[in-house]
Design a protein around this ligand. Structure first.
Ligand SMILES: NC(=O)c1ccc[n+]([C@@H]2O[C@H](COP(=O)([O-])OP(=O)(O)OC[C@H]3O[C@@H](n4cnc5c(N)ncnc54)[C@H](OP(=O)(O)O)[C@@H]3O)[C@@H](O)[C@H]2O)c1
Length: 398
C-alpha cells in the first residue's frame, strides 16, 4: 500500500512512529501534505508538500489518511479521495459527525472504503466491535467516558483536591488540553463521538445540533464538595440507548460512586460500556487520546484495508429506528444561586432542596427535551449533573 498522509501533527507523527515500529504491515507513506511548509519536521523534507493534488491525483497512492485539525478542509480532502476511488482513513470526529450522511452516500456511490476507528475512543476498537460483534438488534445501550481531556481534569480534581481552574491549567501545561479547550470542556468532542456511535450502534444519523452537550466548565468547589461528601466522583458521560424503535442520547456530567467502574478510569483513559439483551454489560477501557494510541487505531484501519474491510452499516439498512429524546427522563442535581433562577415548573418532581446564602441545589427529575430547551440551561451560574443508576447507594450513604 502507498499512503498519502494529510497532517503531521500529534496523530500524524504517531502514525509515522507506529508504522515504522510495526514489521508486519507492508505500507509506506509516500507523501505528506501539511499546512505550514517552514515548520521544522523530524522526517526528510522530500516527503512534504502543501499541494493536496500531489496526493489526491497521484495514481500510485491507494490509501489517503486524513489527520488534520481543520474539519472543513478535511471534508474536501476525504470526499475528493473517495470520489477518486481511493480508500480513506480519518480520525476527524468533528468532520465525520457533521458530514456522516454525505460520507455514507459517497461510500455507496464510489464503493471506496472509509474507516475512522481513531475518531471515537482512540485505542479502544469500538466501531469495529459495533459493526462486527454487535451486528444484531440486541444492543440496548452504549455509554461511557469518551473524552480524555475532561477525564484528566476530573481525575486531578478528585485525586489531588484541587479546583477546576487549577486542574485545567495542569491539563493545558501537560499537553492534555488545547489553549482553547472549549471543544472538550463544553462536551462538543464527546458529542461528536456519540453521533458516530449512534450510527454504528443503532443505525441512526443524528445531527450534532440535536444532541444535548453539557460540559464540566461550570464545575465549582460547591459541586465538588457535594460529590465528595456523598462518596461520589464526577465523570463526563456520553450515552445513547434504544427502547423499541426510539433511540435517545445526550452528553452531560454524572455523579458515580467512588467504587463504580468508571471511577477507576483515570486521566486520559476512556471506557465504553455496551449493554445488550443477553450478555448484560461489557466495558472496554483504554487510552482515549495521544499520538501512539490514536496512531495505532489509524494503523489498524490501514491494516484492515489489506483485506478490503469496509463498514457495512447493517443496522441502518435493517431497522426503522429514529432519534427521539421526548421519553428520556433524567434525575439531575441542579446547582444555582438565587430564587427564580431555575424554573421549577420544568421539573416533573423535586426530591431534595438545599438553600444557603450563596448556593442552592435541587435534585429532581426532568425530561431531556425539557432540559435541552430550558431557558436557564445557558445561565453560567447554573450547573447540572446527572445522578447515575447508583443513586440508591448515593442516598443511603448520606
Ligand atoms: N490528538 C489526539 O489525541 C487525537 C485523538 C483522536 C483524534 N484526533 C483527531 O485527529 C486529527 C488530528 O489531530 P492532531 O492532534 O494530530 O492535530 P495537530 O497536532 O494540531 O496537527 C494538525 C496537522 O494538520 C495539518 N493541517 C492543518 N490544516 C491543513 C490543511 N488544510 N492541509 C494540510 N494539512 C493541514 C497541520 O499542518 P502544519 O504541521 O503545517 O501546521 C498539522 O500537521 C483531528 O481531527 C483530531 O480531532 C486527535
Amino acid at each position: 500500500m502507498k499512503i498519502g498522509l494529510f497532517g503531521f501533527g500529534c496523530v500524524g507523527q504517531g502514525l509515522w512512529k507506529v508504522l515504522h515500529e510495526t514489521k508486519g504491515i507492508r505500507a509506506d507513506i509516500k507523501r505528506i501534505c501539511i499546512k505550514h511548509p517552514d515548520k521544522q519536521r523530524p522526517v526528510p523534507a522530500h516527503f512534504f508538500t502543501t499541494d493536496p493534488a500531489a496526493i489526491l491525483d497521484d495514481p500510485e497512492v491507494d490509501v489517503v489518511v486524513e489527520l488534520i485539525d481543520d474539519a472543513d478542509a478535511a471534508f474536501v480532502i476525504v470526499s475528493g479521495a473517495l470520489e477518486r476511488g481511493k480508500a480513506v482513513v480519518s480520525a476527524n470526529k468533528k468532520m465525520i459527525a457533521h458530514r456522516l450522511p454525505e460520507l455514507f452516500a459517497l461510500q455507496q456511490k464510489t464503493g471506496a472504503p472509509f474507516l475512522y476507528e481513531g475518531a471515537c475512543c482512540a485505542s479502544i476498537p469500538i466501531i469495529r466491535n459495533l459493526e462486527e460483534y454487535y451486528d444484531n438488534d440486541l444492543l440496548t445501550s452504549v455509554e461511557g467516558i469518551v473524552n480524555g481531556t475532561t477525564n484528566v481534569i476530573l481525575s486531578k480534581i478528585f485525586e489531588e483536591n484541587i479546583g477546576f481552574q487549577e486542574a485545567l491549567a495542569y491539563a493545558q501545561a501537560n499537553g492534555f488540553a488545547e489553549s482553547d479547550p472549549s471543544l472538550d470542556i463544553d462536551a462538543y468532542d464527546p458529542k461528536f463521538k456519540l453521533c458516530i456511535l449512534l450510527l454504528h450502534a443503532f443505525g441512526v444519523f443524528v445531527a450534532p445540533e440535536k444532541v444535548l452537550n453539557f460540559g464540566i466548565g461550570r464545575l465549582q468547589d460547591f459541586d465538588i464538595h457535594f460529590a465528595k461528601s456523598r462518596g461520589q466522583v464526577i465523570k463526563l458521560i456520553a450515552r445513547c440507548y434504544r427502547e423499541k424503535d426510539k433511540v435517545s442520547g445526550y452528553c452531560i456530567p454524572r455523579f458515580v460512586s467512588e467504587n463504580h467502574r468508571y471511577a477507576h478510569v483515570r486521566n486520559e483513559y476512556n471506557a465504553v460500556t455496551l449493554e445488550s439483551a443477553f450478555s448484560e454489560h461489557q466495558t472496554f477501557a483504554g487510552k482515549g487520546a495521544g499520538d501512539k494510541a490514536t496512531g495505532c487505531a489509524v494503523l489498524s484501519d490501514i491494516s484492515a484495508l489489506r483485506y478490503q474491510y469496509k463498514y457495512e452499516y447493517r443496522k441502518f439498512s435493517q431497522n426503522g429506528t429514529f432519534f427521539d429524546t421526548s421519553d428520556t427522563i433524567l434525575k439531575v442535581y441542579v446547582r444555582h444561586q438565587y430564587e427564580g433562577q431555575v424554573e421549577e415548573s420544568d421539573f416533573r418532581t423535586i426530591e431534595e432542596r438545599y438553600i444557603a446564602a450563596h448556593s442552592r441545589y435541587w435534585i429532581g427529575e426532568i425530561s431531556l427535551a425539557q432540559l435541552q430547551n430550558a431557558r436557564w440551561l445557558s445561565d453560567p451560574g447554573v450547573n447540572v449533573i446527572e445522578l447515575g443508576t447508583d443513586y440508591t447507594d448515593f442516598a443511603s450513604s448520606h
